[in-house]
Write a protein that binds this ligand. Structure first.
Ligand SMILES: C[S@@+](CC[C@H](N)C(=O)[O-])C[C@H]1O[C@@H](n2cnc3c(N)ncnc32)[C@H](O)[C@@H]1O
Length: 313
């Protein structure tokens, strides 16, 4: 399965990304036949704005190669958690890559870490958590919404990630995370409307030599209420962040040279002066501009540490 390992060539059963442009990407499962809306088994042909693609024809093609559609072309890419976050079917609000990277960094996750996540939601964060902790770590993820649990479970299976994740349907605020996880978890992550209701349950599963609790909340009132609970339960080193992405383009641009002859002071460097199509002089300058408009506030990320039990209040 292509989510699990880096591969060179597309095989039957892989999930690949069909990339038409940055805002038009589709996940495709490589299989010869699919079931249509009427329940009939038909050839798996994927239709895009640039025409159709017989999906099975991708077997044997190299990842990253350009493939022909009936009225154009596209690239076939290996899936990554970042690409999946951009194209997954939304069942809920999701966490995006800039916040995800900070969350993984703050929780100090790496291969071998054991993590609890709730709620699973659309599985956007889960895919990145799994990549960070595999091959020897494990993700325990919980959601109380039956359909979301069922869809996420199918996705984990189709993406070949089942060995690294345990998904359970549970209301964690009332039932906690389960006795079997008692003091086994390195980090707990909460993305819930009422994170403060899960704090006490988190203290039960976090390792006694000090574990980390991180939560994501869109509103500062949720942050205040949860921090109050965290302090009350003995957590220390609380820090809250807002992660705003700002991508810049550094590129050469042709800019018109103003005719300031009347001022008689401008020295024009002949090497960098060119003529545009209409014979006007223009100068190539290195410019730095915002890449494109990016999302603003998504949420606040708070990290807290549960100190070893002897140091707790
Ligand atoms: C915003 S979504 C999580 C999105 C997820 N982080 C992602 O990146 O795709 C919040 C999820 O929490 C679940 N949830 C809310 N309260 C819960 C509770 N008490 N126990 C378990 N799940 C809960 C909801 O069903 C929902 O799917």
């Amino acid at each position: 399965m292509s989510f699990k390992t880096t591969k060179e060539v597309i095989e039957d059963g892989d999930v690949v990304i069909l990339y038409l442009n940055p805002s038009n990407m589709h996940p495709l499962e490589i299989k010869a036949k699919i079931c249509n809306k009427k329940g009939k088994i038909i050839d798996n042909v994927f239709h895009t704005v640039y025409g159709g693609l017989k999906v099975i024809s991708l077997i044997g093609q190299k990842y990253g190669s350009k493939v022909e559609l009936t009225r154009g072309w596209a690239y076939v890419l290996q899936p990554t958690p970042e690409l999946w976050t951009l194209m997954l079917p939304h069942r809920t609000q999701i966490i995006y890559s800039p916040d995800i990277s900070l969350i993984i960094h703050l929780m100090e996750l790496g291969p071998g870490s054991t993590v609890v996540e709730t709620g699973t939601g659309s599985g956007s964060l889960s895919h990145s958590l799994i990549r960070a902790i595999r091959p020897s770590g494990h993700l325990y993820t919980f959601d109380f919404h039956e359909q979301r649990v069922s869809i996420a479970s199918t996705e984990f299976e189709n993406h070949g990630l089942n060995n690294f994740v345990t998904l359970k349907k549970r209301d964690v605020c009332s039932e906690g995370f389960g006795e079997e996880l008692k003091h086994k978890i390195d980090a707990v992550f909460l993305d819930l409307p009422h994170p403060w209701l899960a704090v006490e349950h988190a203290t039960v599963v976090l390792k006694q030599k000090g574990g980390k609790l991180c939560f994501f909340s869109p509103c500062i009132e949720q942050v205040q209420r949860t921090c109050t609970k965290l302090i009350h339960k003995g957590f220390i080193e609380l820090h809250t962040y807002e992660c705003l992405q700002r991508e810049m383009n550094v590129q050469y641009k042709s800019l018109p040279i103003l005719d300031l002859e009347c001022l008689k002071y401008k020295q024009v460097n002949e090497d960098i002066v060119q003529k545009d199509g209409k014979g006007k002089q223009e100068e190539k300058l290195l410019t730095v501009t915002h890449a494109h408009s990016l999302p603003g506030h998504t949420g606040f990320i708070t990290i807290a540490v549960l100190p070893p039990s002897y140091a707790r209040k």
